[in-house]
Write a protein of this length. Structure first.
Length: 278
């Protein structure tokens, strides 16, 4: 397996498939998952001739279960460590949910200043700010995230099963096409990671104000979200992202859930391909 060691001595696992001279696409997974969440997209874009890379966030998947650094600043620095190790240029960064926040911070603070980024894609992404505050009245109340923390601490295995089989993929909706394999794969990825990293990651994805990150992004950016996202409400996420990112294109999918890159991979992949090649 391939790892890179960060400046604070954390081992970050990554996959790197395809021709080294092809344009790279770097995939950033959501909470509490791993690079495996992108299997469908990585195989699809590999077949289209791209080089595909995905890493496991610190404390997630196969990366080190370290005690500290479970915040957006470290997440972005860890991505930069992988990008610099592989010396990637002209990269398209694709992030889902928390991974979208990771993309925004990485592109703003590392990728653009270093001249390594071609385009960015935010899918069901958490920025600019999830939690409700006086300045963000449309946000999700803090009590919801406290409930996440309580559920994780009390019985992480059951909590993860409930999230995967309920709101994440919209499997709690009438007439949903429920996939047991998808539910089990979400659970498998989550349980590989560190409970502490996941617990502290809830604050990272919900309370990090990324308004300035989004304003700093100047590369062409595709913003995708479903209007039936039960995890990240689209009116407080993608609609605001479009206003903050200068060169952005927004597409909202009627009825699509939070994990739409899995449940509706075919249509998402085609839209990604058109944007990347466009």
């Amino acid at each position: 397996m391939s790892f890179v060691t960060t400046k604070d001595n954390v081992s970050i696992f990554f996959k790197d498939w395809g021709p080294k001279d092809a344009q790279p696409i770097f995939f950033h997974h959501g909470w509490p998952l791993s690079a495996d969440d992108w299997d469908n997209q990585m195989l699809f874009f590999l077949s289209e001739g791209f080089r595909v890379i995905a890493s496991d966030r610190r404390g997630h998947g196969r990366s080190s279960q370290v005690s500290d650094g479970h915040d957006m600043d470290h997440y972005a620095a860890d991505v930069s460590a992988v990008v610099e190790h592989l010396d990637l240029h002209n990269v398209v960064h694709v992030g889902h949910s928390t991974g979208g926040g990771q993309v925004a911070r990485y592109v703003a603070q590392y990728g653009q200043p270093q001249g390594r980024v071609a385009k960015a894609v935010l899918i069901s992404a958490v920025p600019p700010l999830m939690v409700q505050t006086p300045d963000n009245p449309g946000g999700t109340p803090l009590e919801v995230f406290d409930g996440f923390r309580q559920g994780l601490a009390a019985n992480r295995a059951q909590f993860y099963l409930d999230v995967a089989s309920g709101p994440f993929y919209g499997f709690n909706r009438d007439g949903a096409d429920i996939s047991q394999g998808t539910i089990q794969n979400w659970w498998r990825q989550g349980m590989m990671g560190s409970a502490k990293a996941h617990y502290e990651g809830i604050k990272a994805f919900s309370e990090t104000d990324q308004t300035e990150d989004l304003k700093a992004i100047t590369v062409p950016t595709l913003i995708l979200q479903g209007d039936d996202d039960q995890v990240v409400p689209y009116k407080n996420a993608s609609l605001l992202q479009e206003k903050l990112v200068s060169d952005s294109t927004l597409k909202v999918y009627p009825g699509y859930p939070h994990g739409m890159h899995t449940t509706h991979a075919e249509s998402i992949n085609q839209d990604l391909l058109a944007f990347i090649r466009g």
